[in-house]
Design a protein around this ligand. Structure first.
Ligand code: NAD
Ligand code: UD2
Length: 316
């Protein structure tokens, strides 16, 4: 039985990873400060430790028990990173360095704890070269994106200076059950789904022609697990995306259709700084990690709606 440390495991993505690891009969230790996550997201069998990734003593103790660490804890809101620049930086970048540092110190022998961490498509900023390949220029436009790029740079330090094998995953727009639809910072699928289920009309910000690469949370978990398993890969980053684009307008229509609601859309002013196009190239995700993000938006949306309606948990 392997032991995995999951930081941020009470959150949206982390709790799905905890489900997968517990189902595989592995030991999952979850470190989370519950700032946005919920302990009741965790499956029975996961071991929950309430605490902060910036607490070096606590992280050091947990890391010594772990065969590998999935580092997902972050303040995952772009808006908050702009409002509280220094505060989010302390968690999103300094917190990540603390994780790498603990992984370097956990064992006196040469075999360091492997770390797989969440980066983001936000590192690309508004790079126009679609689809985005990993080698595209990184020009983040937000503190959140800059800190995620900082995590990747310190991932290099972790490997080259401290011998900590690590892989960063650049998640595109992740959606699925447990993404909190009530949060103003939530993803557009959760926000639209809640609106349609409550009989309201989804509000598209801008002309609705902007595109995103929406990836279902189960496929993100596939990538996390594969990145941990492929230990020949170190100090690398991968897009975690589908390579399929959906416009926001089309998304609103699809959701209404899936709920049998009238295909009505409201339009509001575009968000300032909204990225026009975000579409990833999944070639390396497939060739190096062996992962194909096969869940379509229509299917993933159906599973998300099922969860929102309070039905049975969506099955993989
Ligand atoms: P989430 O907010 O649901 O989960 C983050 C978790 O981290 C929460 O449970 C929160 O309580 C915990 N946390 C925050 N600060 C902490 C701290 N100081 N110490 C311990 N725990 C702390 O977000 P998510 O959508 O599940 O995102 C997971 C990771 O993926 C994050 O690193 C995020 O930046 C990244 N990401 C997410 C998306 C997306 O579309 N959801 C896209 C790109 C990258
Ligand atoms: C996503 C990530 C963000 C960061 C960024 C990188 C989420 C929640 N955010 O931001 O963390 O990684 O990608 O580029 O995944 N929209 C509407 N109506 C609404 C809400 C949103 O039209 O009620 C539009 C919004 O203007 C945008 C699109 O939907 O054009 C997607 O918005 P989002 O907040 O889900 O995600 P994004 O891509 O801005």
């Amino acid at each position: 039985m392997k032991t995995w440390l999951i930081t941020g495991g009470c959150g949206f993505i982390g709790s799905h990873l905890a489900d997968r690891l517990v189902r595989a009969k592995d030991r999952a230790i979850v470190l989370d400060d519950l700032s946005s996550g919920r302990a009741d997201n965790l499956p029975p069998g996961a071991e929950f430790v309430k605490g902060d990734i910036r607490d070096a003593a606590l992280v050091g103790r947990l890391m010594r028990e772990a065969d590998g660490c999935f580092h997902l804890a972050a303040i995952a809101s772009v808006a908050r990173s702009n409002e509280d620049w220094a505060g989010t930086h302390a968690v999103n970048l300094t917190g990540t360095i603390n994780i790498f540092d603990a992984a370097a110190r956990a064992r006196p022998d040469a075999r360091k704890v492997r770390v797989v961490y969440a980066s983001s498509a936000a590192v690309y900023g508004d790079c126009p070269d679609m689809p985005l390949v990993e080698a595209a220029p990184t020009k983040p436009l937000t503190a959140y994106g800059a800190d995620k790029l900082g995590c990747e740079l310190h991932g290099r330090v972790a490997d080259y200076v401290h011998g900590v094998p690590n892989v960063g995953l650049r998640f595109f727009n992740v959606y699925g059950p447990r993404q909190d639809p009530a949060s103003p910072y939530s993803g557009v699928i959760a926000i639209f789904a809640k609106a349609v289920l409550e009989g309201r009309t989804p509000r598209v910000l801008g002309d609705g022609k902007q595109i995103r690469d929406f990836i279902f949370v189960d496929n993100v978990v596939d990538a996390l697990v594969a990145a941990m398993r492929h230990d020949e890969l170190r100090c690398d980053v991968f897009n975690v995306c589908t390579g399929r684009s959906t416009s926001i307008e089309a998304l609103a229509r699809l959701l209404a259709e899936a709920c049998g609601a009238p295909p009505k859309i409201d339009y509001g002013p575009a968000r300032s700084g909204d990225i026009r196009e975000s579409l990833g190239d999944p070639t390396r995700l497939r060739s190096a990690l062996g992962v194909t993000a096969g869940v379509t938006v229509a299917d993933g949306m159906r599973r998300t709606l099922e969860w929102m309606r309070g039905g049975a948990p969506a099955k993989a």
